[in-house]
Design a protein around this ligand. Structure first.
Ligand code: IPE
Ligand code: IPE
Ligand code: MG
Length: 256
C-alpha cells in the first residue's frame, strides 16, 4: 500500500489518470464546481455566447455521469449567480431555459443512474417554467441514493447568509429556538445547502481565481483547484486531475 501511495504521489497533476488510479485513494465526498468560460469558448469560435452555454450543458452531463461512477456523493454546480441577472436579457432568458432543456434530455438518464437532483438558491426570482422543470426532476429522483446533483441557481452566498439570519431571527421571535442555541451547526442548517456536507473540493474552470459569491461559509476548509480549461472543454480527464491533486493534499483543519 505504502509503495502504491509513493508511486501515486510521484505522478504529476498534469499526467493522465485512469479511473482505477483515482479509486486507489479516497475520493472527495462533495465536489463543488464553478463552471466558468462558456462565453469565451463561444467567442473563440465566433459563435454567440449562448452557444457556449449550450455546449457547457453537455459537459454537465459528462461530469455528472463520471462523478457518479467514481462514487462521489454530491456534486454542486454553480449554474447561475445572483449577479448574473446583470447580463443581457436574451442571455438571461436562455440560461433560465437551460435547466428545462437539460432535464428534458437527461432526466431519464439521471433517474436510471440513481442520481438525485436538488436545487440550491433563492427561488423567488427564478421563472416558474424553470422551477417547474427542476421541481419535477427533484420529485422524480427523490428516492435515488447515488450522486446528489445540486444545481446552484440564482445562488449567491451573501443572499443565502442574509436569508439564514432572517429565518433564525424569525424562529427566535416565534419561540422555535432560543438565542443560546445559535451555533455553527445550527447556522449551517439554515443555509440553502443544509442537506449537504461542506464541499471537500472546489473546482473553478477558465483560469479565473475568485469565488464570485459562491459558498463562502461552506468553503471554509475546502481544497481549491483552478483549471485554465474553459467549461465546455472540461473532460473526465480534467476531473481526474483535479481529484488526483486533491488526493495529494494534506488537510489539517487547523490541526498538525
Ligand atoms: C459560465 O460561463 C456560465 C455562467 C456564468 C452562467 P460564462 O458565461 O461566465 O463565460 P465567460 O466567463 O464569459 O467566458
Ligand atoms: C460565476 O461566474 C457564476 C457562475 C459560474 C454561474 P461569473 O462568470 O458570473 O463570475 P465573474 O463575473 O467572472 O466573477
Ligand atoms: Mg464567467
Amino acid at each position: 500500500m505504502l509503495k502504491k501511495i509513493q508511486q501515486w504521489r510521484g505522478k504529476e497533476p498534469s499526467g493522465n489518470y485512469s479511473k482505477e488510479d483515482i479509486l486507489q485513494m479516497p475520493v472527495p465526498e462533495h465536489i463543488a464546481i464553478i463552471m466558468d468560460g462558456n462565453g469565451r469558448w463561444a467567442q473563440k469560435r465566433a459563435l454567440p455566447r449562448i452557444a457556449g452555454h449550450h455546449e457547457g450543458m453537455k459537459t454537465v452531463r459528462k461530469i455528472t455521469i463520471c462523478a457518479n461512477e467514481l462514487g462521489v456523493k454530491a456534486l454542486t454546480m454553480y449554474a447561475f449567480s445572483t449577479e448574473n441577472w446583470k447580463r443581457p436579457k436574451m442571455e438571461v432568458e436562455y440560461l433560465m431555459k437551460l435547466p428545462e432543456e437539460f432535464l428534458s434530455t437527461f432526466l431519464p438518464e439521471l433517474v436510471e443512474k440513481n442520481v438525485k437532483v436538488q436545487l440550491m438558491g433563492n427561488r423567488d426570482a427564478i421563472p416558474n417554467h424553470t422551477l417547474n422543470a427542476v421541481d419535477k426532476a427533484i420529485e422524480e429522483t427523490k428516492h435515488n441514493t447515488g450522486l446528489t446533483l445540486n444545481f446552484a441557481l440564482n445562488y449567491g452566498s451573501r443572499d443565502e447568509i442574509v436569508h439564514a439570519v432572517r429565518n433564525i431571527v424569525d424562529d427566535v421571535k416565534n419561540g422555535k429556538i432560543i438565542e443560546s442555541e445559535i451555533n455553527e451547526s445550527l447556522f449551517s442548517g439554515y443555509l440553502y445547502s443544509h442537506a449537504l456536507p461542506d464541499p471537500d473540493l472546489l473546482i473553478r474552470t477558465s483560469g479565473e481565481l475568485r469565488l464570485s459569491n459562491f459558498m463562502l461559509w461552506q468553503l471554509a476548509y475546502t481544497e481549491f483547484y483552478f483549471s485554465d480549461v474553459l467549461w465546455p472543454d472540461f473532460s473526465e480527464q480534467e476531473l481526474y486531475r483535479a481529484i488526483a491533486t486533491f488526493q495529494k493534499r494534506g488537510r489539517r483543519f487547523g490541526g498538525i
